[in-house]
Design a protein around this ligand. Structure first.
Ligand code: GTP
Ligand code: MG
Length: 362
């Protein structure tokens, strides 16, 4: 998962490391040469005294407006180098290209770069510490900032909500809505919560049979009407059923649609009016990259969503949608689909994703 992006982030770290390593070596060599020269000129002076005189000099320079140089000289005396704009300019440019190639949305890529620049430029790195730590922290912080926009604890929200909790799933054709509903029925069962499935996809031929197969496999009740029926009525019936049978969660499927399809978008509006779902989750496939990001934005504008689920992350090496959707929509990614089995769903955890992207494991 996200292997190509992981490699690219690795190259960025290496690039910055190399430039600052070189600089550190040069600085160290210069510092040594200076120390030797000092020792030659004033053989009686101790290292401490020489530190103190370096401080005095730099204070004088502060007042004469060459603070950059003064800071450098001070850091130098302390055995540190300062990372400067020019040290990271080329690696940052490479990183920008890498993010765009990985289908990260442009504003999101810019935000990541800005955050890194802010963290790195002016940062000091001591001669004997690893540049890798400084760079990794800047990279991790900036990724986390954009990925974790809007995050909330899904399990906690479900646990605290009045039952039954009704969740509606929307998105374009074939992205994995029905499969995700089946996975979540299993997910809730594993956490001691009962579910009823509702087939609000009254549009596509064969939709009832498909979801019924999942319901049978998982031993769940399915509420379905004839093809061509009113989806809002199906979901309404499922909520009634859940109410009278003490079921915790209603999982409402809908037909695949484009945000531009007025008839189908009106259906969503009617479901909102008739049922008042607790959550509407947008489902799309990670492999769709920028397309998924744009669709998430458009759906959120047309029929507000509470969060997103990215399926087929198992087949996605780019990671652009996973990085971008929350920042672009302001709504969090809640789950990743990672295969076709009922257990192939992972709760989305921004910190975990960042660790995975920057970690050493394959
Ligand atoms: N590899 C992989 N395949 C998945 C995942 N989620 C769903 N699929 C597959 O994607 C295909 C489409 O899934 P569906 O659940 O039917 O998609 P849908 O959004 O309900 O489709 P429509 O109802 O036609 O709009 C199926 O073959 C699923 O097995 C996933 O996380 N990983
Ligand atoms: Mg479906």
């Amino acid at each position: 998962m996200f292997d190509s992006l992981k490699d690219k982030l690795g190259s960025f770290r290496k690039d910055v490391e190399e430039t600052t390593e070189e600089k550190a070596e040069e600085a160290e060599a210069e510092a040594e040469a200076e120390a030797e020269a000092d020792a030659g000129a004033q053989p009686a002076e101790t290292a401490e005294q020489s530190d103190a005189s370096a401080d005095d000099e730099s204070e004088e320079e502060d007042s004469s407006s060459s603070r950059g140089f003064a800071q450098k000289a001070k850091s130098f005396a302390k055995g540190e180098i300062v990372i400067e704009e020019q040290d990271v300019e080329d690696p940052l440019w490479e990183l920008e290209m890498a993010l765009l190639e990985s289908d990260v949305e442009m504003n999101v890529a810019n935000e990541i770069l800005e955050n890194i620049r802010e963290d790195l430029v002016g940062a000091t790195r001591s001669f004997n510490s690893e540049t890798a730590d400084v760079v990794e922290e800047a990279l991790a912080d900036s990724l986390l900032k954009v990925i974790s926009v809007g995050q909330f604890d899904f399990d906690q929200r479900i646990a605290e909500a009045d039952k039954p909790v009704t969740i509606i799933f929307t998105g374009v054709n074939g992205v994995g809505k029905t499969t995700t509903i089946a996975k979540l029925a299993k997910y809730f069962e594993d956490r001691g919560l009962s579910t009823v499935l509702a087939n609000g996809d009254t549009y596509r031929a064969g939709a009832n049979e498909q979801i019924r197969e999942h319901a049978d496999n998982l031993d769940k009740k399915l509420i379905a009407h004839e093809q061509g029926g009113d989806p809002a009525a199906v979901i309404y019936d499922a909520v009634e059923y859940a109410d009278s049978h003490d079921i915790d969660v209603v999982l409402g499927d809908t037909a695949g649609r484009l945000h531009t399809d007025e008839g189908l978008m009106d259906q969503l509006e009617k479901i909102n009016r008739v049922v008042g779902p607790d959550m509407t989750l947008f489902v799309d496939e990670a492999v769709a990259g920028q397309d998924a990001v744009q669709r998430a934005k458009q759906f959120n504008e047309a029929a507000e969503i509470d969060g997103a689920i990215l399926t087929k992350a198992d087949a996605d090496s780019q990671g652009g949608a996973a990085i971008s959707i929350a920042h672009v929509t302001g709504k969090p990614i809640l789950f990743l689909g990672v295969g076709q089995g009922y257990d192939h769903i992972e709760k989305f955890d921004p910190e975990n994703l960042v660790e995975r992207l920057l970690g050493d494991e394959e």
